[in-house]
Write a protein that binds this ligand. Structure first.
Ligand code: NGF
Length: 289
């Protein structure tokens, strides 16, 4: 469980139904072309929070069936309905997912005891490891070093997907918990995070830019910071262009330009307009040739 993991994009048809063939093609592209080390399935990028429990299970099944043992798989099972989260955790574990992850519970202002109870409950009947999915910008849940430490007391919680620009906390976590896995979640900050000793990264743009992300990690590990800076700058030119054109829509349109049936986003996310489609084609040909 180390290295570059793609936060897997999903494929929906015109009507918003899961496009199985498209999802399989996305998995293949990530393994064969982006050459990532693993896939993070049903995360934010997979439009998880707009799927029904049955659809989430279907996505877990399709991805496992297509990827087999070729790469590591992490199943994001977090849900506000604790029974759903537990059911998904058992389901993904039975399918052979090597790790679970669960977003911190959001919307209601849960206190820390409630958050801790959520993780311990998801894990009580399941024989698998768990990465906490911390993304304060989207959940509003900010945990401090001590609180992470309390969650880590559960031995099944083996790490965190840390999607925050707080490098002070990241360094403190690395120092305090050298045995836990830390994955960074912002692709544009991969270089500074890797200098601080993360074990890997999980990100949306790796669907199309996974090889360069791996090269950034390699450059940092070999001590070649000039090369790492050059690669991060190139990646950030791409990420700036993607964010400016609509994040998920653009990743899907870039994949389509590469011959992958990445489909559309699900409502209420919009379909891309003509300008976004041509913008994505230009991004694909300018940055990803
Ligand atoms: O899309 C977001 C929203 N963040 C992703 C990633 O952290 C999400 C990040 O790659 C994720 O891992 C998941 O799908 O569960 C950004 O898209 C990227 O750094 C561009 O800003 O914050």
């Amino acid at each position: 469980m180390k290295g570059v993991f793609t936060a897997l994009i999903n494929s929906f048809d015109e009507k918003g139904n899961i496009n199985e063939q498209g999802l399989r093609e996305i998995v293949r592209y990530n393994i064969d072309v982006s050459q990532v080390d693993g896939l993070y399935v049903n995360g934010s990028t997979g439009e998880n929070f707009m799927l029904s429990p049955e659809e989430k299970k279907k996505v877990f099944e399709i991805v496992k069936d297509e990827a087999g043992e070729e790469v590591e798989l992490i199943a994001q099972v977090g849900a506000l309905n604790i029974f759903e989260a537990k059911e998904l955790a058992a389901y993904a574990t039975d399918l052979g997912y090597g790790a679970l992850s669960a977003v911190t519970p959001f919307y209601y202002k849960f206190d820390f005891e409630e958050i801790k109870d959520y993780y311990n409950s998801i894990l009580e009947d399941v024989d698998n490891q768990m990465l906490i999915y911390s993304i304060p910008a989207l959940t509003g849940v900010n945990m401090d070093l001590k609180q992470f430490g309390e969650l880590f007391e559960n031995e099944k919680i083996t790490g965190v997907k840390f999607t925050a620009p707080d490098f002070f906390l990241l360094e403190r976590l690395r120092h305090a918990y050298p045995e836990k896995l830390i994955f960074s979640g912002f692709d544009e900050m991969l270089l500074p995070a890797s200098v601080l000793g993360i074990d890997g990264a999980i990100g949306s743009t790796f669907n199309v830019n996974g090889r360069k992300a791996k090269d950034i990690l390699k450059a940092v590990h070999s001590g070649d910071l000039n090369e790492a800076r050059k690669l991060q700058k190139e990646s950030n030119d791409l990420i700036t262009a993607i964010l400016g054109n609509g994040l998920y829509q653009t990743i899907k349109e870039v994949l389509k330009d590469k011959g992958v049936d990445a489909g559309y986003c699900r409502q209420p996310m919009k379909k891309p307009n003509d300008e976004q489609v041509s913008g994505a084609k230009e991004i694909s040909r300018t940055f990803l040739n």
